[in-house]
Design a binder for this molecule. Structure first.
Ligand code: GLN
Length: 289
């Protein structure tokens, strides 16, 4: 629901305190989104909102906040409105050129970190890095690892590079590449991770809610959402050490397909891992030469 000009006027006259502004926003958007947007508009933290609940907002602040609330009510992801999203324990800059990092993708990072013991310079490849969330989180937690992150989109590469720089990460190299294309032909990785586009191109969810605002290149792909996963599985082994591990995020109904594709390409110890919602989300496997 979008607010009309009259609504906005009423808002300005009746939602003058922090607590009133939040209550008003809560009529159209979720309470947590309203809080984050108000924090963003006022450039304050949660504690400030709680301890200044009765503070009056200025007319400019009310206008800024109602603009943000209206955009959110239209479906624009909060992360694009604030320009950032927390992932794992870090804050990433995001724009509509990259997918908003998802909590379920933290599972992929946890599994990756469990593989990389602290005392060896593991080499890691992140395919389709987007904001760099996976690659940079791994690199921050494992400073001895060398992480290569690739993305087809130049805009995504710039954002990932900026995130790596802002977060003080020295062990990530972000390059523009269509999957494996720009890698050295003889490069070998201990671990390959990817959260590729896996939504089917005709999935009606793409026309709904937040997904409408995210880059289609990062979300969906041909072959009922399996095209990129298929390509990665078919080519990964060439770029892996003997005993290397491949961790792939996939769609809620793609676990069996992933297993089949991995088996057909000679991968072993294939295992499905569930996300916090109890859905098979990451396919885990090893390659032995
Ligand atoms: N998990 C995301 C979604 O369904 C899609 C991410 C992806 O395609 N890699 O919203």
């Amino acid at each position: 629901m979008k607010l009309t000009a009259t609504d906005q006027k009423n808002t300005s006259s009746c939602s003058q305190t922090i607590v009133q502004a939040l209550a008003w926003a809560n009529r159209t958007i979720e309470a947590i989104d309203a809080r984050i947007l108000l924090q963003h508009a006022l450039q304050v933290n949660h504690a400030f909102l709680l301890t200044h609940a009765e503070d009056k907002l200025t007319a400019i602040q009310i206008k800024q906040f109602s603009n943000l609330v209206n955009q959110r009510a239209d479906g624009m992801p909060v992360a694009y409105l604030t320009g950032q999203r927390e992932f794992y324990d870090l804050i990433f800059k995001v724009t509509p050129a990259v997918l908003v990092p998802r909590p379920e993708t933290e599972l992929l990072v946890e599994l990756a970190l469990e593989t990389i013991t602290e005392n060896r310079p593991y080499s890691v490849l992140d395919l389709g890095t987007g904001s760099g969330a996976i690659a940079i989180t791994i690199a921050k937690h494992r400073p001895q690892a060398n992480v290569v992150a690739v993305d087809l989109s130049n805009d995504a590469v710039s954002i990932a590079q900026r995130n790596a720089h802002n977060l003080g990460t020295k062990n990530v190299c972000v390059i523009q590449s269509n999957w494996f294309e720009q890698l050295d032909a003889d490069a070998k990785f201990d671990l390959i991770v990817a959260n590729p586009p896996y939504v089917a191109e005709n999935d009606p969810h793409l026309q709904q809610g937040d997904l409408r605002f995210e880059p289609p290149l990062a979300l969906s792909t041909a072959d009922n959402g399996l095209s990129c996963i298929r390509h990665i599985i078919a080519n990964a082994a060439t770029f892996m050490i003997d005993g290397g591990r491949l961790l792939l995020e996939h769609g809620h109904d793609q676990s069996a397909d992933c297993r089949q594709l991995l088996e057909a390409s000679g991968f072993q110890r294939i295992k499905a891992h569930r996300d916090l919602a109890g859905i098979d989300r990451v396919c885990d496997s090893y390659y032995f030469v």
